[in-house]
Design a protein around this ligand. Structure first.
Ligand code: SAH
Length: 371
């Protein structure tokens, strides 16, 4: 967008796409985010982002997720996934009877009241909290994310596949759990944990470790740089009756942990790698795009033969094919052989738009190290 156009402050306004002859094609809104300048939401010239229109979108989204709504063992999942549910720029997650709405542009935020009205009309919740994922006055986050309903005392306990997690919707950008990994966690518990030792790198609140411990892992080691990860991981273990003292929780840089483990000849049967797409620490800048091969190579040296690496990324800038090339290169560089056991992308409550391939951002590959 040219600076002159940006000056017009058109975030939120409707944009009609026309043929050169002036025939209506589609309507969108202007909302600048890293994915582009806005989203088309209809090909019907009579449609606008009215509460009625939005209610229909939400009730369609709920219709698609009936299985989850009826699953007593899972009380936290995504109700509305932006472009995958036909309106880009906004997502809605349910955590028990609380909703978390995330806004990805000022443009969609301009329409917030109608969106919240529509949500409440279709699915009454006790409280709505929000995260602004766009910059406003130079900053992203608000001090208070409460929007509507009753104020909730956090943390609350939610359930996922019967596993309990502490969640706080009013404590910075993250909630305590990443809902799009539900199926991967379940697989790890069912198939890859029994009798194994596990290293969970970039563990955050230790969700993968909790599932592994419940799946019968001999021991888990969770490594994350953030100081808060320690009490949060202890809380997630404890919520599920796991003795956290029998587990290893390390607050440190994953790359330093790799060095430490090598020096002490520590090796693992199961290694989970789930780094952020981009992170700046005191010593280094990590980017998935540039550093994933290196990350895999280092992890490989700590993985027992016959062991499994679960390589994950939510970076939308490359696809599964490219990710598998990274894997191939890392194993090649380390003179190791492997077999891909299974791959995962987003679960059904995180649908993507097939015409916009970046919306299929999640890539998880279960790799068996053969030798
Ligand atoms: N695997 C987690 C989510 C990871 S989010 C889960 O399943 O919930 C990314 C995490 O990486 C953050 O908690 C952040 O603190 C951590 N992190 C970023 N850079 C790191 C580094 N160099 N070493 C260790 N942790 C890092």
């Amino acid at each position: 967008l040219s600076p002159a156009l940006r000056e017009l402050k058109t975030e939120g306004v409707y944009v009609d796409l026309m043929t050169p002859e002036g025939v209506f094609i589609a309507r969108g809104y202007h909302g600048h985010q890293n994915k582009g300048y806005g989203w088309v939401f209809t090909q019907d010239a009579s449609m606008y982002l009215t509460t009625d229109f939005l209610r229909q979108l939400f009730s369609d989204a709920i219709g698609k997720r009936q299985k989850l709504f009826h699953d007593d063992e899972t009380t936290a999942f995504r109700l509305f996934n932006g472009e995958g549910d036909h309106l880009g720029g906004v997502t809605v997650d349910l955590y028990n009877d609380c909703a978390l709405v995330q806004w990805y542009s000022l443009g969609i935020y301009e329409h917030r009241e109608k969106i919240l009205d529509a949500l409440e009309a279709v699915y009454p919740v006790k409280a709505i909290y929000q995260k602004k994922r766009f910059r406003e006055g130079g900053k992203y986050m608000d001090a208070d994310d409460f929007v509507r309903g009753e104020r909730i005392e956090f943390p609350i306990l939610v359930k996922e596949n019967g596993v309990l997690f502490n969640v706080d919707l009013n404590d910075g950008p993250m909630t305590g759990i990443f809902l799009d990994q539900r199926e991967v966690r379940q697989r790890i518990r069912e198939q890859y944990s029994k009798g194994k030792t596990m290293l969970n790198a970039f563990s955050y609140t230790g969700a993968f470790s909790v599932y592994a411990a419940l799946g019968g892992a001999d021991q888990t080691t969770s490594v994350d740089l953030a100081k808060r990860s320690l009490p949060m991981t202890i809380a997630q273990f404890s919520a599920n009756g796991i003795d956290f003292e029998a587990q290893e929780i390390r607050v440190m840089d994953v790359f330093n942990y790799f060095d430490y483990a090598l020096k002490h000849a520590l090796t693992y049967d199961l290694v989970v790698l789930d780094p952020p797409s981009f992170a700046r620490s005191k010593k280094r800048v990590f980017s998935v795009q540039k550093d994933y091969v290196k990350l895999l190579e280092q992890a490989l040296r700590l993985t027992n033969d016959g062991g499994v690496i679960v390589a994950s990324t939510n970076y939308s800038g490359f696809d599964m094919k490219k990710f598998k090339q990274f894997i191939k290169r890392a194993f090649h560089n380390q003179h190791a052989t492997y077999k891909i056991l299974e791959t995962y992308t987003q679960p059904e409550d995180f649908p993507y738009d097939v015409t916009f391939k970046e919306s299929q951002y999640l890539k998880v590959v279960f790799i068996k190290k053969l030798s």
